[in-house]
Ligand binder design. Structure first.
Ligand code: AMP
Ligand code: MG
Length: 488
């Protein structure tokens, strides 16, 4: 069976061409009754794709991989990975395909990738499919992250397939088309390393440098510089997650990119009440990927990345390890600097404030938030109002008013910059109850709530009248103990 040819789109085959050992040519499964559920017109335009054409039969064919342009080579990508700490030597795209690369309006290469496009040689026991709800969830949350200014893969479209997908219950199937600066993962390097082919590992590292960290090529030791660049990018990324209250939920090494983009939105969620122990994923019973554990896990994953790179770092293993250890030590510095700088901005603190004053203020605030289980997003936004003299919105979220008042007095004495705060403390994040509501309606065929939510989340820092309910914590009726489910 040959997929029909679409003449209008040019898809690069750089990954497939440069790394054939990591790219298995494959085709998407037939789609019985395709129906475009949501299309990201702005992103399409940025990729040089005509949104009207994408809505056509040929366009929807591209978005499901059933009609691909001439010369394109869709591939399933090979990778390994540590999942919850245990190593799997062969994961790979079990329900995904890389269609090829597009070039965006800024001239940057962008992967066009499908999720839910059917079985591949990497499927193991899986059916290769995805359901409408989880694909809409990735669409909503990844686009929200992008609007928040956090590096992430993007979502171009979700197409319902008309196929039943069997999970605990029967669900409608869907294909997500995802756009990323690449799909290189720590797990890609683990796979290449395990082949015992140093030339492949080197080609992969050089591909990653050219694509993501070109400055590394200009250094004395490009492969060590690549490692350091990924350490810095991931430290910055995870600091941004922590500042906004995002829990990825499944930080396996196959879900950690070399680019520093957030990838693979499975059991992710935003925290409501501030608590480092927060876990949403139903399968993360030990709390390995709890909110407060994410920096530690990122560092652990980067140690696995370093192990994969060792043959490129030095001829002697001892020397390679010493170099890797020294570079990995910088993770904590990078992370702390990014997080502290972010908190500085979230609190509108003046430039040049003594480091120990800022640090004491931030530490005491974190204790206050945790002791009082304050709603993370509304509390920080409320502090912006407090900086303008309106104490209510933040203070009302705290039970221990004496503790809040004592802290606020110290903080307000520094004349925090409220406008700066409002540019970094979002009013709207994809709160769990709002996401669930939009996904439930979307799965039932009503896409209106999803459209409204996407519009709200597209401008997270701009408070707009009439959107009050999108800025509020979940009603009590939503209940506590919210859980998300992985890999569905
Ligand atoms: P994830 O947890 O989504 O990052 O996926 C982990 C691994 O399981 C990857 O190799 C996926 O391709 C694979 N996988 C997840 N769901 C399915 C499925 N329904 N069918 C086949 N493979 C899957
Ligand atoms: Mg994954």
């Amino acid at each position: 069976m040959n997929a029909r040819v679409v003449p209008t789109v040019e898809l690069g085959r750089r990954y497939a061409g440069e790394l054939p050992e990591l790219a298995l040519p494959w085709q998407a499964a037939e789609v019985p009754v395709p129906r475009l559920l949501v299309l990201n017109e702005a992103l399409a335009a940025d990729l040089g794709l005509d949104p009207d054409w994408l809505r056509s039969d040929d366009g929807v064919g591209l978005l499901t991989g059933t009609r691909v342009p001439e010369g394109a080579t869709p591939v399933a990508q090979a990778y390994a990975g540590h999942q919850f700490g245990g190593y799997s030597p062969r994961l790979g795209d079990g329900r995904a395909l890389l269609l090829g690369e597009l070039t965006d309006n800024a001239g940057r290469p962008r992967d066009l990738h499908l999720k839910g496009s059917g079985r591949t040689p990497f499927s193991r026991g899986g059916d290769g499919y995805a359901a409408v709800g989880p694909m809409l969830r990735e669409y909503v949350v990844s686009e929200a992250m992008h609007a928040l200014g956090i590096p992430t893969t993007r979502s171009l479209a979700v197409v319902a397939t008309g196929r039943d997908v069997h999970r605990e219950v029967v669900l409608p199937g869907a294909v997500l088309s995802r756009v990323a600066s690449s799909h290189l993962r720590v797990g890609t390097f683990q796979y290449a390393r395990a082949t015992d082919d140093p030339a492949l590992l080197r080609r992969l590292a050089d591909h990653a440098i050219a694509r993501h960290h070109p400055a590394a090529a200009e250094t004395d030791h490009p492969h060590l510089a690549l490692f350091e660049a990924v350490v810095a990018a991931q430290a910055s990324l995870v600091a941004q997650w922590m500042l906004v209250g995002f829990v990825h939920g499944v930080m396996n090494t196959d879900n950690m990119t070399i680019s520093g983009e957030t990838i693979d939105y499975g059991p992710c969620a935003f925290i409501d009440a501030f608590d480092p122990a927060t876990v949403f994923s139903s399968i993360d019973t030990a709390g390995r990927y709890a909110f407060g554990n994410q920096p530690v896990v990122a560092e652990w994953n980067l140690a696995r990345f370093a192990e994969a790179l060792l043959p490129l770092l030095a001829d002697e293993q001892d020397e390679a390890v010493a170099l890797a250890v020294a570079s990995l030590e910088r993770f904590r510095e990078h992370y702390s600097e990014a997080w502290r700088g972010g908190m500085h901005a979230k609190l509108g603190l003046p430039a040049g404030l003594a480091a120990d004053t800022a640090s004491a203020l931030v530490t005491d605030l974190v204790t206050l938030m945790q002791d009082n289980h304050v709603d993370h997003t509304s509390f920080f936004r409320g502090l912006g109002a407090a900086a303008r003299g309106e104490s209510g919105p933040a203070r009302d979220l705290v039970l221990d008013l004496a503790a809040y008042d004592a802290w606020a007095e110290r903080w307000l004495a520094l004349s925090p910059d409220a406008d700066r705060m409002d540019r970094v403390n979002p009013a709207y994040v994809p709160r769990n109850h709002l996401v669930e509501e939009a996904l439930a309606a979307g799965t039932d065929g009503d896409l209106e709530p999803l459209g409204v939510l996407l519009d709200v989340l597209a401008a997270p820092y701009d408070v707009r009248p009439g959107l009050e309910r999108f800025a509020e914590p979940a009603p009590d009726s939503f209940g506590r103990g919210y859980q998300t489910f992985c890999g569905t």
